[in-house]
Ligand binder design. Sequence first.
Ligand SMILES: Cc1cc2nc3c(=O)[nH]c(=O)nc-3n(C[C@H](O)[C@H](O)[C@H](O)COP(=O)(O)O)c2cc1C
Length: 223
Amino acid sequence: MNVAEAIASRRSVRDFLPDPVPLSLVTRILAEAGRAPSGSNLQPWRVHVLAGASRDRLVGAVHEAMEHSPRGQSPDHQIHPETMSPLEQARYKRAAELVYGAAGIDRDDMTARIGHLARSWSFFGAPVGLVFTVERRLQPGQWADIGMYMQNVMLLALEYGIASCAQEAWALWGGLVRDVLGLDADHIVYSGMALGHPRVDAPINCFRSERAVLDEYVTIYEE
Ligand SMILES: Cc1cc2nc3c(=O)[nH]c(=O)nc-3n(C[C@H](O)[C@H](O)[C@H](O)COP(=O)(O)O)c2cc1C
């Protein structure tokens, strides 16, 4: 698989088989992803790998907390912009339509939507969960660097036959994640990521997300 093929075929997987992923493979992916570029080579990414009992402990703690906060706690960082342009609103709505539509969840069915959240906070069933934290003092440039690292992780995972889903939804449990992992208060939970073997015929894994055409985001200055 070449780079273009890998970029084109990566997709967010939201239903995983319980089949284990060897930790040696996870650490290999994380080490290789470390070749990601970063401003002034600061390499600001911090990754917490959760597998086995530690994964189950975090998922268990979230599910217990969901009994009184079914939609999570106040987020560690603002996940979406405070105001969205009409174009962003349309993309946001379409992305949700595709996920919920594929999962057979009615937009107004709050119980089913909470069920989806619960699956999301189980890493969608994946045996390995990653949590990406960022120190509060770091700036937007470093957050962008972490995004590049995350894309490397997802593409390398694909190369090794492992599916992924980045999960900013974990930012809604920042306080609890810090408690379970013993992290200081200045470590913001930016995103989680599920890693595992996909349930290939699960409907939620079978739709293709959409993309804008080049003209919507590229301006060419020729003269
Ligand atoms: C930083 C980041 C956070 C994300 N968080 C979530 C999430 O919490 N839950 C989810 O279902 N998908 C999440 N996604 C996946 C996006 O919804 C997905 O990338 C987008 O819809 C495009 O689909 P694709 O990845 O299949 O191409 C996240 C993606 C990124 C890059």
